[in-house]
Write a protein that binds this ligand. Structure first.
Ligand code: DGY
Length: 327
């Protein structure tokens, strides 16, 4: 059987696929594969290991009904029409858990960096602006005992909250579709309404899925309810915030600062004003980008592909119902 991989992935994943006897084609280009081309390629393969921004919508899925499985090398599946895949009997898997620690590290890094204007300070040295010492200049804010608000408290949010509690004794509040009892037990986290999350948090960190319900939920209205001293962190998906509204909130000092590992759109424009703001730190979507985590993600995706090849349920299938539809 043949598997198509839409990026070069770590060798740990490739070895699993090779050992299973799969014939592998890997895309090595540096631009996104156009949808029609991706359909044509997948039509020549039995399985698809999708990495990057491939849109797996109804059109793609109907044109690729023959696929025995699609393994995403990501935890997010906002570009995939899971309902259509289930209806067509195509199992789709993702890579949860293995990236929770690395992604929460990135959120933690951004919280600390924003609180001390770290990226801006770094840039100012390269612009020869390190001069006369002034005790009232370059001041940041401290995080000790400040309230951490998590929007979407799942595995990544839980990892972040544990770090913030251990490092800064931060009490944790959160807003989810449904309460996370495990997190409440481990962290003493308190479930609050979305409005309470906005008004009570000193740091808000976003870890929710991007969906029609959450798209641009952090907008002008939301930023206007946050504390003027609040830090906004997004390591989930850029589509969860309205970037124009965020820029205005920062320009008008409605909030203290922002740390983004994801932007809306991606990549962001080189002249985006956020890049020149002292209280803003931006990273190019590197949440899970460590040698260890990317290897684990490749292994998880490859294991899912091998299971699909063998006609077994993918261990990380997103919608188990697909197996009652698939013959
Ligand atoms: C994920 O795994 O969803 C990361 O954000 C990479 O897209």
């Amino acid at each position: 059987m043949k598997v198509y991989i839409s990026r070069i992935i770590p060798k740990e994943g490739i070895e699993i696929l090779q050992n299973a006897g799969l014939e592998i084609t890997q895309y090595s280009g540096k631009t996104e594969i156009p949808s029609t081309e991706l359909i044509a390629i997948c039509n020549k393969h039995d399985l698809f290991l999708s990495v990057g921004n491939n849109t797996i919508d109804r059109t793609f899925l109907e044109a690729c009904k023959h696929l025995k499985g699609i393994a995403l090398m990501s935890v997010g599946y906002d570009r995939v029409d899971i309902a259509a895949a289930t209806a067509l009997g195509i199992p789709i898997s993702n890579t949860p858990d293995v990236l929770s620690k690395a992604t929460s590290d990135t959120a933690f890094l951004l919280i600390l960096a924003v609180s001390r204007n770290a990226f801006y300070m770094h840039d100012s040295i390269s612009k020869k602006q390190w001069g006369f010492f002034e005790p009232t200049a370059n001041l940041g804010i401290e995080l000790y005992n400040k309230t951490l608000g998590i929007f979407g408290l799942g595995r990544i949010g839980l990892e972040l909250a544990m770090k913030c509690k251990a490092a800064y004794n931060m009490p944790v509040i959160y807003h989810n579709r449904k309460p996370n009892k495990e997190a409440e037990k481990i962290l003493g986290a308190k479930y609050v309404s979305f409005d309470e999350l906005l008004t009570e948090s000193d740091v808000i960190s976003v870890h929710a899925n991007l969906s029609d319900q959450t798209r641009e939920i952090f907008n002008k209205d939301a930023f206007s309810k946050m504390k003027h001293s609040a830090i906004f962190i997004n390591t989930a998906r850029g589509g969860l915030h309205n970037e124009q509204d965020l820029t205005e909130a920062l320009e008008h000092k409605k909030i203290w600062g922002a740390g983004l590992d994801v932007t809306n759109p991606e990549p962001m424009a080189w002249d985006n004003p956020l890049l020149n703001m002292r209280n803003v730190c931006v990273l190019p979507h590197i949440g899970s980008a460590t040698i260890e985590t990317r290897a684990k993600m490749a292994i998880t995706a490859a294991d899912n592909i091998v299971a699909a090849m063998q006609g077994k349920p993918m261990p990380q299938v997103i919608d188990k119902q697909v197996y009652s539809i698939r013959k």
